[in-house]
Ligand binder design. Structure first.
Ligand SMILES: [Zn+2]
Length: 343
């Protein structure tokens, strides 16, 4: 169990009177939090990531966030011992470097984040991929505290995943396990930027839901979705689509149902494969709440065996917009030590 109970230490981690910094680096914004061992955010800062300005600009912004949080901690007399970072891209957690990031983060691939950040503040730094960090957040502070076998899905620009087996993060042979977003749910389906086709993130990410809705044709003049599209244009969000669906827009309901079906099919396969006790959804799409969850649940049931489905709960993270910061804080607390290590 991962309860960070009072007056205990987590395998040499920070003591209870201390807090950690958790910084989540997203494509648009980065958020940092000073997080107590009970998972309480004592102070929070959010600034633009400015990823397009290159890795040095991003690094300088990370330092600004850390400085502000440490200033606050100092003022309140809260000791800080570690920094946890959650970032987009593939990460080497032992070296604390970014192994691969997409073109939206120019210069981030290969960036030695731990090595650069550690001497700046004299604090230990731990770096983890954002989806894996979100899994740690649920394990330490959230819905998965008592779960040994669970799956985390983050539904945002893409679909990120983390698999925990017997209480440990499944790493795979090269720390790449859990790329659930690239599970094929239609071999003849939409091409994906991973080079594959029909990946679940092409249907069930927040980006994909908005894109599917934007491609709608022949919408009636009184359509709520049509109104939202004419106001937002290409900036239409998944939230707009969910709002339209809830207001009874037929096409928006179809788009949501399709996303839920593909996501549920992927979850159904994961349930059969891994027999988890819990699946947690977080990110933009998860904010659609029960309306979306009910449909995902029904599809997961349809695409999994009855006996495995009986043993699983599918729930939405309670952290909402703080999911990334909580994940980053959890990475600092656990220092990623409880992986099923690559052999
Ligand atoms: Zn893919």
């Amino acid at each position: 169990m991962w309860h960070l109970g009072t007056n205990t230490q987590v395998d040499g981690g920070p003591s209870m009177s201390e807090a950690v910094l958790g910084i989540d680096i997203g494509g648009t914004n980065m958020a940092g939090g000073l997080i107590s061992s009970e998972g309480e955010i004592l102070h929070k800062v959010e600034i633009p990531t400015e990823a397009s300005r290159g890795s040095e600009a991003v690094f300088s912004n990370i330092k600004s966030v850390a400085e502000e949080l440490l200033r606050w901690a100092d003022l309140k007399g809260v000791p800080v011992s570690r920094i946890g970072i959650s970032t987009a891209g593939q990460v080497d957690p032992s070296a604390g470097t970014i192994l691969y990031a997409t073109d939206t983060f120019p210069g981030w691939t290969g960036f030695p984040l731990k090595q650069r950040l550690q001497p700046e503040f004299g604090l230990e730094v731990f770096v983890e991929n954002d989806a894996l960090a979100a899994g740690w957040g649920e394990k330490c502070f959230g819905l998965a505290q008592d779960a040994h076998d669970f799956i985390m899905l983050t539904l945002g620009t893409g679909v990120g995943g983390a698999v925990f087996a017997r209480g440990k993060l499944l790493s795979g042979s090269a720390n790449l396990a859990g790329l659930i977003g690239h599970m094929t749910v239609d071999p003849y389906g939409r091409p994906c930027n991973c080079g594959g086709r029909g990946c679940v993130e092409q249907y069930a990410s927040a980006t994909a839901i908005a894109k599917t809705a934007l491609q709608s044709v022949g919408l009636p003049s009184d359509s709520v979705l049509r109104g939202k599209i004419s106001r937002a244009g290409s900036a239409l969000s998944a939230k707009d689509v969910f709002d339209a669906a809830r207001l009874g827009d037929g096409r928006a309901q179809e788009v949501v149902a399709e996303a839920a079906l593909y996501l549920g099919a992927a979850i159904g396969s994961l349930i059969n494969l891994l027999n988890p006790e819990l699946v947690v959804l977080s990110g933009g799409v998860s904010r659609a709440g029960d309306y979306f969850l009910r449909q995902v649940h029904a599809a997961a049931q349809q695409y999994s065996t009855a006996v495995a489905f009986e043993n699983v709960d599918i729930r939405i993270s309670q952290f909402m917009e703080d999911c990334g910061v909580m994940g980053a804080g959890a990475v600092a607390y656990t220092s990623g030590i409880h992986r099923l290590d690559p052999h």
